[in-house]
Design a protein around this ligand. Structure first.
Ligand SMILES: NC(=O)c1ccc[n+]([C@@H]2O[C@H](COP(=O)([O-])OP(=O)(O)OC[C@H]3O[C@@H](n4cnc5c(N)ncnc54)[C@H](OP(=O)(O)O)[C@@H]3O)[C@@H](O)[C@H]2O)c1
Length: 283
């Protein structure tokens, strides 16, 4: 029987699917609209009855739940639909896993914090300032209530080939500038390192909340400069911007960098941005 990996078609899901394949761990991915090129089922987390029916047929040995409405701006504009995906589905899945007696790993976000008291440890009380952060925080609470043995990984800004990094590199390679906030700090982590960290949490049979941040706090602007350097682009193409310069539906906290000491003690070893980016370029 396989591990069920939800959100397998997403950015982190593709990295984790690759790692599961490399380790020879049997899994089946779940996607919603974009089928990836490995064994998958289609699941819609807005349809609880269908989801539970499919789970009953699949009998997974564990569920790693990455699927989410992951755009804070979209969640701000679509609070009801995104709540079904971000809050209700994880709680239903946690209850299913408890009933089935199998591990459940849920991925949350650094955006459960308000950005005023970084670096954040797991024990700090969340106080989200956007709908996405509130939905994820409510999910954390609901998951742990439904299944106290569940494990929750709060993730930072993720980078790797694809997503914003690929867009920025492609722009800069054409000599076009990119803009990045100098007043938004996270603990960015390479998606492959976080995928390894997620499997570590499962292997160690831990429960509760763990932060899987990157090695260092960086602003998006600093990360952009590191990306430019690693890919041999002109750093001056990364233009600084302030959050206030750009109108966005979802408010953004100023600094949600994470302390990940608890995960480090388990053996989580994310690389620094400089090392991870160099390795990405060399790969
Ligand atoms: N990326 C980051 O920087 C970051 C930071 C902090 C936390 N996280 C968390 O990490 C997890 C993975 O993020 P990601 O960046 O990989 O997300 P992503 O690239 O946006 O992928 C989202 C995934 O969720 C699936 N999905 C969306 N709506 C669904 C629905 N109604 N039913 C079933 N599946 C649905 C998508 O399927 P289709 O594409 O097939 O439609 C996709 O596989 C999420 O829980 C996110 O909140 C990510």
């Amino acid at each position: 029987m396989p591990i069920l990996l939800t959100g397998a078609s997403g950015f982190l899901g593709r990295h984790l699917a690759q790692l599961l394949q490399e380790r020879g761990l049997p899994f089946i991915g779940a996607y919603h609209q974009h089928a990836p090129p490995f064994p998958v089922i289609q699941l819609d987390f807005t349809d609880r009855a269908a989801m539970l029916h499919q789970l009953g047929e699949l009998h997974p040995t564990a569920i790693i739940h990455l699927a989410a409405a992951s755009s804070p701006n979209w969640c701000e504009l679509h609070p009801s639909e995104s709540r079904l995906i971000n809050t209700e589905a994880p709680v239903h899945l946690a209850a299913y896993c408890r009933e089935a007696g199998i591990p459940f790993l849920f991925t949350s976000t650094d955006l459960v914090f308000d950005g005023q008291q970084a670096p954040y440890e797991e024990a700090w009380a969340p106080s989200p300032i956007c709908t996405y952060g509130r939905q994820k925080y409510e999910a954390e609470q609901g998951v742990l209530l439904a299944y106290p043995e569940a494990v929750i990984a709060r993730l930072p800004l993720l980078y790797g080939w694809g997503g914003f990094l690929q867009n920025w590199v492609e722009q800069m390679k054409q000599g076009k500038p990119v803009t990045a906030f100098i007043d938004e700090y996270r603990s960015p982590a390479f998606a492959g390192d976080v995928a390894t960290g997620l499997l570590l949490l499962l292997e160690k049979y831990v429960s509760g909340i763990f932060h899987l941040g990157g090695r260092e706090p960086l602003s998006r602007f600093e990360l952009g400069q590191a990306i430019a350097r690693a890919f041999g682009c002109d750093e001056r193409l990364v233009l600084p911007a302030h959050q206030a310069d750009v109108a966005m539906p979802a408010p953004r906290p100023v600094d949600v960098s994470l302390s990940s000491e608890k995960a480090y003690a388990l053996g989580y070893t994310p690389r620094s941005a400089e090392t991870a980016l160099k390795d990405l370029v060399d790969s």
